[in-house]
Write a protein that binds this ligand. Structure first.
Ligand code: NAP
Length: 528
């Protein structure tokens, strides 16, 4: 397709504001491609009026039609072929294999949601039939289910240009839930965003979805995002990115006359605890796995492990040496944007300037533009306990290894950590777990996902996945942003009391035409 740099206001394309920005290739720092228009207030309004007008119509589209729409989005993304891969590589500095893999993940994610919608039980239909003869008062007929919340704003993330961006989990779960979506495209991959938005728009047209089901707006600054979050028509916000960005948008939404939920996934250092018996038997393989996770994708993952805890010191325990050896062998990689690379260099320099932190190892010097060299540093448990800032996220291939002086100190530190997406425990057989019985329980209160003998990167997209966690990992620990349960962010329960049968949605009718699993008078059943 020919890129135009225009917004998608439903099915209309527009670029009436003369202000624009261009894509930057982070490997060369060169601007390339078309001019991407910055959205104007008028264009924002047009997209949102459409979304509001068709909300009821889209929310009543049948499960079968919605599943076909989602599957067609997946088909068209595949059909976009090499153009998508090439533009995405040029805009992000990511390698072909990574983008191709991420495209497969994105497509599988879309098809998983299509399957969820088609199966239908996700609406949690619950029926308590009337008991007119009940004493002292009759029970009315009450039927409840989850319904769409309304137009959703999705902020595309920079670090997953496909899987967490225009057709990423946020957009697809919101569409699957029956909500119109307005994407604020991330300016780090505008061409990628246009190709994907075109796939969604085309799929919407071909599968008969109403005009306004999907819109996408460009901006290279904060204005459009802020206007969207406070817009009266918006009912929820999904965001993945920095703590500063997510918290600012969350706070902004609370200033509305009608505050709305903001599901922001922000900051996590994904601590890893390596227990003593595992250190004795497997320090080399554990170090290899951790270093691989730290350096994967230039460390630009929300599940990048930023803290590694062990008991002992570098003289008695081999883990720091093995980790150092792995980092020495690693290579610098191009980061996603000049801004992200600049932040990484600043944050690493700041960490290493602390007199309590010792550089353990770094890779060879970076030679290209915006590259990050992997770095690993060491700090004592005592110094770590005294400086709360040491648990802040450094976005990139950096990890701080913390040598604890005792089991008590390790447990104390675990208790003091703030909310995280993940934590990992490396343990050997049962002895470690017998000695550290409290650790899993402590960590469960801190994270959305607790991993045993594994690294945090590589988030499976499935029904059971929880990619969330207590603040500041996210703004709402009750939800996940990956996996089919992420649909729950964009729906709300409604109960219908003594509703005429002809008015009931199929999910709540006595004959159960969709054959879905329901809770009827306290018993689960897929019967009528
Ligand atoms: P970001 O700064 O959080 O920006 C993400 C999106 O939100 C962009 O579209 C941005 O708009 C918008 N935004 C940010 N702050 C805003 C505000 N106050 N008001 C309105 N909109 C706002 O993330 P980024 O640009 O991708 O990367 C910057 C830093 O974020 C990185 O260095 C890294 O530290 C962190 N990050 C963390 C994760 C993670 O998973 N933990 C992922 C990505 C990035 P514009 O870009 O148009 O200005």
């Amino acid at each position: 397709m020919n890129l135009t740099g225009q917004h998608f206001l439903g099915f209309e394309r527009s670029g009436e504001n003369p202000e624009y920005f261009t894509a930057i290739n982070p490997a060369t720092n060169e601007a390339f491609g078309v001019k991407y228009h910055v959205a104007g207030q008028n264009e924002i309004n047009r997209a949102l009026v459409k979304a509001e007008e068709i909300f009821t119509g889209y929310s009543e589209v049948t499960a079968k039609q919605k599943a076909s729409f989602l599957n067609l989005i997946a088909d068209l993304i595949l059909e976009a072929g090499d153009q998508l891969i090439e533009i995405c590589m040029a805009e992000t500095g990511l390698a072909n294999g990574r983008i191709t893999g991420e495209r497969a993940r994105t497509i599988n994610q879309i098809r998983l949601f299509a399957g969820l919608v088609l199966e239908g039980s996700w609406v949690e239909a619950t029926i308590d039939t009337a008991i007119p003869e009940r004493q002292p008062a009759p029970r009315p007929d009450i039927r409840s289910m989850l319904i769409p919340i309304g137009p959703v704003v999705v902020f595309g993330a920079s670090n997953f240009p496909l899987a967490f961006s225009v057709a990423g989990g946020d957009t697809i779960s919101a569409l699957a839930g029956g909500n119109p979506v307005i994407v604020k495209a991330h300016p780090a991959h505008p061409g990628t965003s246009e190709i994907i938005a075109n796939c969604i728009s085309e799929a919407a047209k071909r599968s008969g979805m109403p005009d306004g089901t999907f819109s996408m707006l460009y901006d290279s600054g904060y204005n459009t995002g802020r206007l969207l979050v406070v817009h009266p028509q918006i009912r929820a916000v999904a965001f993945t990115g920095s703590f500063a960005g997510g918290k600012a948008l969350y706070d902004l939404a609370q200033t509305r006359p009608d505050p709305i939920p903001v599901f922001a996934e922000m900051s996590s250092v994904n601590p890893i605890f390596v227990l003593p018996e595992a250190l004795k038997t497997s320090a080399g393989s554990i170090a290899k796995a951790i270093a691989g996770s730290v350096t994967l994708g230039a460390g630009q993952f929300c599940t990048n492990p930023g803290l590694v805890f062990f008991i002992g010191d570098e003289n008695t325990v081999k883990l720091p040496e093995f980790l150092g050896e792995e980092i020495r062998k690693s290579i610098p990689q191009t980061m996603l944007t000049p801004g992200i690379a600049g932040n990484y260099h600043k944050d690493v320099s700041h960490a290493l300037a602390d007199k309590n932190i010792n550089l353990l190892m770094e890779s060879a010097e970076a030679s290209g533009q915006n590259q990050a060299k992997p770095v690993i540093a060491l700090v004592s448990g005592a110094a770590f306990e005294q400086n709360k800032n040491l648990s802040s996220e450094v976005f990139g291939p950096f990890s701080l290894v913390v040598s604890c002086d005792s089991k008590d100190q390790m447990l104390r530190i675990a208790r003091s950590l703030h909310g995280q997406l993940t934590a990992s425990i490396f343990h050997d057989a049962d002895k470690d777990l017998d000695d550290f019985t409290l650790l899993p329980g402590i960590l469960k209160t801190k994270v959305g996902r607790l991993i045993f003998n594994g690294i945090p990167t590589g988030v499976e997209v499935c029904h059971a996945m929880i990619h969330g966690g207590p603040f500041p990992a996210t703004t709402d620990s009750r939800f996940t942003s990956v996996g089919t349960s992420s649909i729950k962010r964009f729906v709300r329960p409604v109960a219908l009391q003594d509703c005429a049968h002809s008015l009931l949605p199929p999910e709540l009718r006595d004959d159960n035409p969709m054959g879905i699993m329901r809770l009827i008078n306290g018993k689960r059943s897929n019967q009528s």
